[in-house]
Design a protein. Sequence first.
Length: 138
Amino acid sequence: MTNDNKKLKSAEEWMLQAEYDIDTADVMLNAGRYIYAIFMTHLSLEKALKSIYTHVLQDEPPRTHNLILLQERIENKSKLGFSETQNEFIEFLNEKSVPSRYPDTLNEVLEEFKKSETTQLVNKAKGIIKWLKKKLKK
């Protein structure tokens, strides 16, 4: 197997894991575990971006949880064409996922994220992951 094949396979593996994680976000959402739904949504989008990063840049993605950093590096190299709405969502999720990982007070985070907000967040991430998956096939 050549180096290129390993990288392409790695990109596919990142995407498989992204899809698994967004399914897990759905499970957490349906169980009313909204903080974990947000956490898994962030993780799934991070892995989808790392899939594209691997595919486009033909390099291992950095060990980071920063969605903005990954998106900017991909966009600078590939001109993939993230929409303004996608950019705004990536920024929003990047900001909101940190308190879900390390809440100062659990009750404040639980108060902020109810079912409707979390459902919208998960669904928007699914749309971006689907879009990125199509880009991976090109």
